[in-house]
Every structure is written in structure tokens, then in C-alpha cells.
Design a protein around this ligand. Structure first.
Ligand code: SAM
Ligand code: SF4
Length: 479
């Protein structure tokens, strides 16, 4: 996910500084030194689905004789796995290509490829305008990478941005990149069939497809065997997951898939994202309640608190429907269940009163946290074709600042409720500030920091929380 504040910036760093910073803003491949002859460097932008795709790409490239590297200057092939969701994401990649030119000049045989959502959206202009780009590959064409790399090795430019109605990469065993060895992400579906008017995803990632349920369970099983303690099932709209066996005798919906994964081991935490308010069912909520190891946390993006704006956004629910789903979560899973959201400030024709409805929705729901953006028109979307992007930028930014302030208030309220209670924390590693402290997450996905004592990464620790900030809980281990 993008950072909370999505403001533009002027990038005047040197290529080396930008490469160093990229490992924080974005994800960069880790080193796999298995003795392969060529090295692949991938920088991934945008959402978790893109990071997961880079793990699939690494696996396909590994079979072709590539180890991964974290040092761009050592790479034979450099991939940028790109995001198109907001204009700024695309501008960042364009700037980055300028910096990568510096490395290509030093090493002209370096192959530069653009993968992901920008590839699909900008294939022609990327090859024409960005002379250093050798390869453009869309999110459904990664199996074709070996052929495409051969074409480039033969001196040609190569493109494949075909979208597929079937591809789920079900049989590909992802190479875990940047993993803490404790939590991993599993893509359970691809694409999206919703047509939210602001969103480019249905155009860049194609139609919704659900992956074979048994391949998902096998992937989770393998992760358990490798010592992983947490999996997050990923999809743009997990509640519409639906898989049927070829002979039609077996059908699995999302609640059933969740149960299949939860039953693998009581020590495996199961999370999922993203839930769509129009599709989340009580069956899913009851399945969450039934299993202690399904985390009580739901990412349920509202986007807006006003029914007219939601209709313009084509979200297919209104404020009352959304609040009914929140009430169902509270009734079935209780007040402690974490809820988070995505919000868009300043969508086409949004009035001041309608913006106030978003703030009042936040007051009602008391989100634990949110990802907040101002509206950025994306070419080709329904909104770009039919609606005027008429809220001035300063107004969008001011409304976004108000939404962020409201979220800080809600996060603090919610975190204060957690003080004075014991939380089961899965340790992910050292805290950023000190190697004497550990950092992990509780059931609600909140970061908890506590003194290390004899505990280590991968342990479940009961932590008594005695203090909090807007973003973090602090405590003492009590086992
Ligand atoms: N499938 C998820 C859902 O429906 O909630 C959202 C996935 S999208 C990759 C992540 C978030 O980016 C969206 O929830 C929305 O808040 C934000 N977003 C998408 N398009 C946007 C746009 N044109 N301008 C600003 N934010 C946008
Ligand atoms: Fe985009 Fe809407 Fe699909 Fe989410 S549900 S990916 S916002 S079209």
C-alpha cells in the first residue's frame, strides 16, 4: 500500500541515493546466491499484489538461470514492477527510469524491463519514449518471460501485455522475497470485475479469476512446513472468490477457503485482504469467529461516507449498507475486531457537506487505521470519461488533511482501548529503534513493541500493553 500522505515530491537525489531509498519506499529483491550465472534485480511498486507477483516472476526467472540481487549495479536484468493506481505512482517510475539510465550507461548490456500495471497501460509509449526499456510485460504474461528475454538477448525489443481470463499462476511456487520468514502473502485471485469509476485496476489487471483452492492450501501447507506462522490471502475483492473443480463436483467460496486454510494448523495465523463492503457475508464473519487463528481484523474500504458520491464512484453500496456491514462485524465479532479503510478525498463534484459525511462515517466506525488518498484522475476509467475532475487540488489536499487528522484521532482512541490488556503478539523481528526490543503484531494487525528478554522472531508472546501512540502499542512480555 502507498504511504498515508500521497503528496508530490521533487526528486533531486543521485541515482545511488535513490537506489538506497528505493529499498524503503518500494520493495527490492533480496540476494539469492545459489550459483546461477545471471542476476535479476526487481524493484516493486504499489500494492501487495504486485509484491506477490514479483515473487512469481523471480521463480520463473530462477528456472531460467537467474539468481536475485539487491544491488542494481550487479544485475544483468532489471525489472520495475509498476503501479498505475495514481498518477504519482507512474511519475515515480518514469523518474526512476531516468536514474536507471545512469547504470545502463555504465553497463550497456543490462536489460531493462517494465512489468505490471504500467506495462499494460503504456506499452507503446514506454517503448517509444523510454529508449532504455527493452522489455514490456503485463501482469498475465509472466510465463512468457523466458521467450521474451531470449528475444531481447537476440537484439530485439520484446512486448507481451495480453490479459488472460484463466491465468492464476496456480502451479508456480513463488520465491519469497524480502520475507521476514514469519509471514507470507498468497494470491488467491487475480483481476477485478468491479468497475469502480475511479479505478484503473480492471483495465490493467483484467477480469477476475479465482485460483484453484487446493493449490492455495498446498502453498500454505508448504509455508507452514518452512516455519512460517502467518499467511495473508490476497485479492482485490476476496469475498467474491469462487472456485469450482473442472467436473463441477466441488465448489469453494471464500468462507470455505478461509476455513480450509485455518484448519491447516492452529499455530498458523490467517489474514486476508481486501474485503468489499458489497460482498462481505455473515458466513465469512462466522467463520472468522469459529477459528481463533483467523485474525479478527478486516480491511473494508469505504472510499467515501456519502451515498451520492458512492454512487458516482460506482461502488454499488450506499452509506446505510456500509454501516450495516460494520454493525454486523461488531455484532458477530465484537468491539475488539480491527477495521481499516481506504478513503478518497475530493472525488468529482464532492461538496463540503459530502466530505463531512466521510468524517462522520469515520467517527461512527472508529477505524483502527486507514490508507488515505486524494482523487487522481486515471485515463480510460469511467470517471475520466464521464465525470469532471472539478475539485481544486488545494481543496482535495485540505480535505485529505482533515481525513488524516480524523484518522489519527480514531487510531489513538482505538489504541487507548488496548492499553491495560494482554495481547498475543507474533514476533516479526527487532524494533526499528533498538535490538533490545522486539516488534510484532497482535490479532488486529497493530504493531506492538516490547523488551526482548529471551524471545525471538517467530514466537507468539503474551504482551501486557501499558502505553500507546497513534501508530504503535508498547508493553511487557508476561509469559
Ligand atoms: N480492491 C480494493 C477495494 O476495492 O477496496 C482497492 C484496491 S486499490 C489498488 C487501493 C486503493 O487505492 C483504493 O481502495 C482507493 O482508495 C485508492 N485508489 C484507487 N484509484 C484511485 C484514484 N484514481 N485516485 C485516488 N485513489 C485511488
Ligand atoms: Fe478497483 Fe473497485 Fe476493483 Fe477495488 S473493487 S480493484 S477499487 S475496481
Amino acid at each position: 500500500m502507498d504511504p498515508i500522505i500521497d503528496l508530490d515530491f521533487i526528486d533531486n537525489r543521485t541515482p545511488e541515493q535513490a537506489t538506497a531509498a528505493a529499498s524503503c519506499d518500494t520493495k527490492v529483491t533480496a540476494e539469492t546466491n545459489t550459483g546461477k550465472t545471471r542476476k535479476l534485480y526487481i524493484e516493486s511498486y504499489g500494492c501487495q499484489m504486485n509484491f506477490s507477483d514479483s515473487e512469481i516472476v523471480s521463480s520463473i526467472m530462477f528456472e531460467q538461470g537467474f539468481d536475485t540481487t539487491a544491488q542494481i549495479e550487479q544485475a544483468d536484468v532489471v525489472f520495475l514492477n509498476t503501479c498505475s493506481i495514481r498518477e504519482k505512482a507512474e511519475t515515480t517510475v518514469r523518474n526512476r527510469l531516468g536514474q536507471i539510465n545512469y547504470f545502463k550507461k555504465k553497463k550497456p548490456e543490462m536489460v531493462i524491463g517494465i512489468l505490471g500495471c504500467m506495462a499494460e497501460r503504456l506499452k507503446k509509449s514506454l517503448l517509444e519514449e523510454e529508449k532504455i526499456v527493452d522489455l514490456v510485460v503485463g501482469p498475465d504474461a509472466y510465463r512468457d518471460l523466458p521467450n521474451l528475454i531470449n528475444e531481447v538477448d537476440g537484439g530485439q525489443k520484446a512486448v507481451n501485455v495480453l490479459l488472460s481470463r484463466e491465468e492464476t499462476y496456480a502451479d508456480i511456487n513463488p520465491i519469497r522475497l524480502n520475507s521476514n520468514g514469519v509471514s507470507a502473502f498468497i494470491s488467491i485471485m487475480r483481476g477485478c470485475d468491479n468497475m469502480c469509476s475511479f479505478c484503473v485496476v480492471p483495465f490493467t489487471r483484467g477480469r477476475e479469476r479465482s485460483r484453484d483452492a487446493h493449490s492455495i492450501v498446498r502453498e500454505a501447507e508448504a509455508l507452514v512446513a518452512q516455519g512460517y506462522k502467518e499467511v495473508t490471502l490476497l485479492g482485490q475483492n476476496v469475498d467474491s472468490y469462487k472456485w469450482a473443480s473442472e467436473d463441477g463436483t466441488e465448489q469453494v467460496n471464500f468462507a470455505q477457503l478461509l476455513e480450509m486454510v485455518a484448519q491447516l494448523s492452529p499455530n498458523l495465523r490467517v489474514r486476508f485482504s481486501t474485503s468489499h463492503p458489497k460482498d462481505i457475508t455473515d458466513e465469512v464473519l462466522y467463520t472468522m469467529k469459529k477459528y481463533d487463528n483467523i485474525c479478527k481484523y478486516i480491511h473494508l474500504p469505504a472510499q467515501s461516507g456519502n451515498s451520492r458520491v458512492l454512487e458516482l464512484m460506482n461502488r454499488t453500496y450506499d452509506r446505510a449498507w456500509y454501516l450495516n456491514r460494520v454493525d454486523a462485524i461488531r455484532a458477530i465479532l465484537g468491539e475488539d475486531c480491527g477495521i481499516s479503510s481506504d478513503m478518497i478525498a475530493g472525488f468529482c463534484s464532492e461538496t463540503e457537506e459530502e466530505h463531512q459525511d466521510t468524517l462522520s462515517l469515520m467517527d461512527y466506525v472508529q477505524y483502527d487505521y486507514s490508507y488515505m488518498f486524494f482523487y487522481s484522475e486515471r485515463p480510460g476509467t469511467l470517471a475520466a470519461r464521464k465525470l469532471e475532475d472539478d475539485v481544486p487540488l488545494e481543496v482535495k489536499k485540505r480535505r485529505l488533511a482533515e481525513i488524516i487528522e480524523k484518522q489519527r484521532e480514531c487510531s489513538l482512541n482505538r489504541n487507548k482501548r488496548d492499553v491495560g490488556r494482554v495481547h498475543r503478539v507474533l514476533v516479526e523481528g527487532f524494533s526499528k529503534k533498538s535490538d533490545d526490543q522486539l516488534s510484532g503484531r497482535n490479532d488486529q494487525n497493530k504493531v506492538v513493541i516490547f523488551d526482548k528478554k529471551h524471545y525471538k522472531k517467530g514466537d507468539y508472546v503474551n504482551v501486557f500493553v501499558n502505553d500507546c501512540s497513534v501508530g504503535t502499542l508498547f508493553g511487557e512480555a508476561v509469559d
